[in-house]
Design a protein around this ligand. Structure first.
Ligand code: NAP
Length: 412
């Protein structure tokens, strides 16, 4: 029993059997509308998804959306920003869709987005980045970039273990390190800690390789700065290769093996496991994008890289994302609440719609996912787009959020 959440009568929960999601024909999907433009883009997204599911499965399948609350909506109802029952509902139903949430400014308030990821142990941030024909881009051949970034979501300098310059704690840490570890850290430093574990690395790389296998993708690249940070990022690379060899031996070839055993000719049906130093990777996605497919990265590299890649294909309005754990998938727009556009019906719902496409795929409803993707392409090709794409495209017609969604539905 929930306090404010109404469970849809006709829906059924997704279950886990034999380590796999079992999705009924009317799965209950919790949805956090989100703050600011969340209200505009979630409405549009639900309409598009419902239309695609209806068209693909002719009424046999339908999503039973279940509103759950976080952010401003939650505060209004519960006087809490992230109520326990919201987390419980997502955990129980495994797959959820989420709009952006405001991080209230104030002492010690943790981002709701980060909290959701941590509480539910959603250790992989998955971001596919590919170009839709016709979208303006700062590069000459945006079509050559088609990657899926698997960013580790829980460790690294991002774990939030840090001490402020001048604080009592930082003094303790610096003194201890200088004395016991024979290092020479300046007294006026702030300190952050960068933990990268073998367990955290392996579960992320496992997901990335499995994703490549399931979709018959050509390669997985481990992106690290291991030449300098040997025991964290270097270890990420080593543990990644070790996992690939121990768990996927028959399905993979490493780059060394490619040259030593196969004279540089990739054997059919295998996935190439390679690694690149992070700084070089930023050049590679610009200079040789077509050589990359799935990228597996520690937290910070992945954060930078996914935005850099998104910029190459048209920016935030087109960047889909999901946070995934062992079973739970929280699919969300990668941008924020853009308050200046809220409730104006102007913003691009593309990021959330594409995240919902990932969600449909995750449910195993690939036919509906494909319908939406193709319809987005058709809508962009017809040059009826929201303001953000309009300003990058010659001869386009500007439409609002809801009209854009209607056009996508018409173009299915
Ligand atoms: P933002 O909301 O992402 O907006 C920054 C700019 O990005 C917008 O002004 C707009 O640029 C562009 N943009 C954002 N969404 C777009 C879309 N759907 N289509 C096209 N362009 C889009 O970032 P912010 O203003 O820094 O953050 C506002 C609030 O969001 C903060 O409270 C922050 O904590 C929160 N936030 C939440 C999440 C999340 O929930 N995952 C993520 C990031 C930030 P133009 O004006 O140039 O068109």
């Amino acid at each position: 029993m929930y306090k404010h959440i109404e469970v849809p009568e006709k829906g059924q929960p997704i279950k886990i059997k034999k380590k796999k999601l079992v999705v009924p024909n009317r799965p209950i999907i919790p949805v956090i509308e989100g703050d600011g433009i969340g209200r505009d883009i979630m409405k549009a997204t639900r309409r598009v998804v419902d239309a695609a599911v209806e068209k693909a499965y002719k009424g046999r399948k339908r999503i039973a959306w279940m509103d759950v609350y976080a952010g401003e909506e939650a505060f209004a109802r519960y006087k809490e920003w992230l109520p326990d029952e919201t987390v419980a509902a997502i955990k129980k139903h495994y797959v959820a869709l989420k709009g952006p949430l405001t991080t209230p400014v104030g002492g010690g308030f943790r981002s709701l987005n980060v909290s959701l990821r941590q509480i539910m142990n959603l250790y992989a941030c998955v971001r596919p980045v590919r170009w839709f024909k016709g979208v303006g881009s700062p590069v000459t051949h945006p079509q050559k970039l088609n990657v899926v970034i698997f960013r580790e979501n829980t460790e690294d300098v991002y774990a939030g273990i840090e001490w402020k310059k001048g604080s009592k704690d930082v003094k303790k840490v610096i003194n201890w390190l200088n004395k016991n570890m024979k290092v020479d850290i300046r007294k006026d430093s702030g300190i952050g800690v960068k933990p990268i574990s073998v367990g955290g690395t392996k579960r992320l790389v496992r997901k990335a390789i499995q994703y490549a296998i399931d979709r018959k993708l050509p390669s997985v690249t481990l992106v690290h700065k291991g030449n300098i940070m040997k025991y964290t990022e270097g270890a990420f690379r080593d543990w990644g290769y070790a996992l690939a060899k121990s768990e996927f031996r028959k399905k993979i070839v490493t780059e060394d093996e490619l040259w030593d055993k196969y004279k540089g000719k990739m054997p059919k049906g295998k996935i190439l496991i390679k690694d690149r130093i992070a700084d070089s990777m930023f050049q590679q996605v610009l200079l040789r994008p077509s050589e990359y497919s799935v990228l597996a990265t520690p937290n910070l590299n992945g954060d930078y890289l996914s935005d850099a890649c998104a910029a190459q294909v048209g920016g935030l309005g087109m960047a889909a994302g999901a946070n995934i754990g062992d079973y739970i998938g929280l699919f969300e727009a990668t941008h924020g609440t853009a308050p200046k556009y809220a409730d104006k019906d102007v913003i691009n719902p593309g990021s959330l719609i594409l995240s919902a496409v990932m969600m449909l795929d995750y449910l195993g409803w690939g036919k509906a996912a494909e319908l939406v993707e193709k319809a987005i392409q058709k809508t962009i090709s017809k040059k009826t787009v929201t303001y953000d794409l309009h300003r990058q495209m010659k001869g386009a017609k500007k439409v609002g959020t809801s009209q854009y969604a209607t056009n996508i539905i018409k173009n299915m």
